[in-house]
Write a protein that binds this ligand. Structure first.
Ligand code: NAD
Length: 393
């Protein structure tokens, strides 16, 4: 029997695993936690909308067949020659590998940025942001230093804007609990480009700016972060922003494991795949999710989003089963349901199937997309339980 290994239980790895599990095809999934987490909701965890556990899905709740094996380990390398994935605790031989190890922050070589900023890359770092802000605000009540109340977010893409929206809902509550006037808080999002959110329709961007500004945030465009030293963001033009909390939301790149293992990668470290999602370097390896350099028929790379990752994972598993049974493989032709950007719990912007939406409609669409995802992953049982938990019913 062929040895199938999946590495990474993100959106892509979990979709592949759920597909193989349903088909009863034996495989091993290796992940560093026994849970999958909802990356698209990390801003909620950072803003304290719910405890970290709300954003976890135990992997065993999804993989229910005895033929599906979960191993907890941190992957550190891939030996393509020997067909082995190397972890801290063991080595995993494979005949077929589905690689879905996701992304890391992209620091673009900006001096001091990695060392002196927080990032919202996983559930632990999201919770860490919330705790850091709480500690800074508590420190203000002791020494009165206003820098504790300044938060600088670097980059106004979806991550930066969603985090800002969430914080603007949470910080007034935090201030109230600590007896700090919210007007003393300075939350600013610093963007290098002339506009925020390039992926959102241009006519909706003023709505985003107005919503976040009215809630007390500052959006600064045409302002590039050049360097970060402890507690200080250095901008082009020489201005500095002294902030107790600095969070980098300025971009992502693929997990470096593919580059390290000598795969053919693009400038963001993503591994080149063919239309069936097989690595250009080895057709026994499928690369899925944010680590995949997959292109549409016009040669445009698919963006590193959760909806792409889910569809890639499911297709890779389907194609792997087809390979094993001598059936033809299918090309990756994803559906795009739209992009949704939350601006807090009850407001958002984006598009649904290309139709621009904003306000409560967008917030409800985002809630609906969570439920849809959980239902597709684990059926009604998972969707029902999780939705109750998140809504604290
Ligand atoms: P991004 O690359 O989309 O945005 C980063 C922003 O930071 C850009 O606007 C960029 O101009 C800015 N920036 C870069 N360097 C800078 C500098 N030196 N100074 C100031 N600004 C700088 O990154 P992201 O927002 O983390 O998103 C990454 C991917 O994840 C995207 O594909 C996105 O679509 C996806 N994502 C989706 C959702 C969602 O669907 N709701 C949420 C978060 C992320």
């Amino acid at each position: 029997m062929s040895k199938i290994v999946i590495v990474g239980a993100g959106y892509a790895g979990m979709a592949a695993a759920a597909h193989l599990d349903k088909a009863g095809t034996p495989f091993t999934i290796v992940n560093n936690h026994d849970y999958h987490y909802l990356t698209t909701l990390l801003h909620e965890a950072a803003g304290g909308r719910g405890p970290g556990e709300n954003y976890q899905v135990p992997i065993k709740e999804v993989l229910r067949q005895d033929s599906s094996q979960l191993v907890l380990d941190e992957i550190t390398g891939i030996d393509r020659e020997k067909k082995v994935v190397i972890g801290k605790a063991g080595q995993y031989e494979f005949d077929y590998l589905i690689y879905g190890m996701g992304w890391i922050s992209e620091y673009f070589g900006i001096k001091g940025l990695k060392e002196n900023s927080l990032s919202i890359t996983n559930l632990d770092t999201a919770v860490q942001i919330r705790e850091h802000i709480e500690n800074e605000f508590k420190a203000y009540t002791t020494d009165g230093d206003k820098r504790h109340l300044r938060i600088a977010l670097g980059g106004a893409g979806l991550t930066g804007i969603e985090l800002m929206g969430e914080l603007l809902e949470y910080l007034p509550e935090l201030c109230k609990s600590l007896n700090i006037p919210f007007s003393e808080v300075d939350l600013q999002c610093i963007e290098a480009m002339p506009t925020i959110l390039p992926m959102v329709a241009a006519h909706l961007r003023p709505y985003v700016i107005e919503t976040l500004t009215q809630k007390g945030g500052k959006l600064r465009t045409n302002t590039k972060i050049m360097e970060v030293t402890p507690g200080v963001v250095h901008l082009d033009g020489g201005e500095t922003v002294e902030a107790g909390t600095i969070v980098w939301t300025g971009g992502v790149r693929a997990n470096p494991l593919l580059t390290d293992a000598g795969f053919n990668v693009d400038r963001r470290g993503r591994g080149k795949v063919n239309s069936f999602l097989q690595s250009a370097d080895d057709d026994h390896i499928f690369i899925v999710g944010d680590s995949a350099w997959a292109e549409d028929e016009n040669g445009k790379p698919f963006p590193p989003t959760a909806q792409m990752a889910e569809q890639m994972g499911a297709l890779a598993a389907h194609n792997l089963i087809s390979l094993l049974s001598g059936q033809p493989l299918k090309s990756f032709k994803p559906r795009n349901w739209g992009t949704l950007c939350s601006l807090g719990s009850d407001v958002g912007v984006g598009d649904a199937f290309g139709v621009p939406i904003k306000g409560v409609t967008a917030a409800l669409a985002k809630e609906g997309s969570k439920a849809k995802y959980l239902w597709e992953l684990g059926g009604m049982r998972l969707a029902g339980n999780r939705t109750k938990q998140m809504m604290r019913i």
